[in-house]
Design a protein around this ligand. Structure first.
Ligand code: NAP
Length: 245
């Protein structure tokens, strides 16, 4: 029960890595806000774990401010923020539109900035908190992902900077950078490339030293560790979780 009586917000909590993270927190005693674009899928995850579903587009300042305010109003405080909300709009640079760029940057980078800024007000006041931002191995460079790679590398810089700014208030800020994880996001990539998903996964697994792709729970367990008291002296780090170095 590492998260007994803690209150956690998970953005993008309705699916994939976010849903697995929300379930892990709840299974260890946290009260969880499952936040996502649409309330219905968020409720499907929140209800079985006794959580609260809040619809919120993370790229909207007003939506984020009211989601965080409602969390504190209804659950009393805020201890953990995990930002999983994400989209991909892959294309080679010469075909990438302004809209592809803006949508990805606004969701990942601005979305995390807005959530972190809204959350820190409460965490600074209570002098404790944990934040984990979802980066990606794409931060190291990935063909067709100029927008996504820039956003994911930016999140690592944001985590390091906020670790410095918020450390004096006993707030840990880290990033987790997964490799290939079996979720709707990687399924969508296979579809866009016209490749059968099982074949796509096998191809990815053959390049991974542990010879398998990741599952959402593989990522959630590392996020859980970073949000636990055991990781109390870990801050400003990016942990790659990709079945290899
Ligand atoms: P996923 O299954 O597609 O879940 C992402 C969730 O974010 C979806 O429920 C999506 O809602 C929601 N979302 C999208 N835009 C949003 C917005 N503006 N505001 C609020 N919610 C929004 O993705 P995932 O694979 O679990 O990925 C979670 C995080 O891990 C992402 O940041 C992703 O970039 C990162 N990551 C994933 C992988 C991987 O291999 N899967 C690897 C590295 C990093 P809709 O479904 O309604 O669009």
């Amino acid at each position: 029960m590492r998260f007994k009586d803690r209150v956690a917000i998970v953005t993008g909590g309705a699916r994939g890595i976010g849903a697995a993270t929300a379930q892990l927190f709840a299974s260890e005693g946290a009260r969880v806000v499952v936040s996502d674009l649409d309330e219905a899928p968020a409720r499907e995850v929140a209800e079985p774990i006794g959580g609260l579903a809040i619809a919120c587009d993370v790229s909207s300042r007003d939506a984020v401010e009211s989601m965080v305010a409602r969390t504190v109003q209804e659950l009393g405080h805020l201890d953990i923020l995990v930002t999983c909300a994400g989209i991909i709009r892959d294309n080679l640079l010469f075909k990438m539109t302004d809209e592809d760029w803006d949508a990805v940057i606004d969701t990942h980078l601005k979305g995390t900035f807005l959530c972190a800024r809204a959350a820190q007000r409460h965490m600074v006041e209570q002098k404790s908190g944990k934040m984990v931002f979802l980066s990606s191995t794409s931060a190291l460079g990935n063909r067709g992902q100029t927008n996504y790679a820039a956003a994911k590398a930016g999140l690592q810089g944001m985590a390091r900077t906020l670790a410095i700014e918020l450390g004096p208030y006993n707030i840990n800020v880290n990033a987790v950078a997964p490799g290939f994880v079996e979720t709707r996001m990687t399924r969508a990539t296979a579809e866009r490339m016209g490749v059968d998903y099982e074949t796509f996964k096998m191809g990815a697994a053959s390049q991974i030293p542990l010879r398998r792709v990741g599952q959402p729970s593989d990522i959630a367990s590392v996020i859980g560790f970073l949000c636990s008291d055991e990781a109390g002296f870990v801050s400003g780090q990016t942990v790659y979780v990709r079945g290899g170095p």
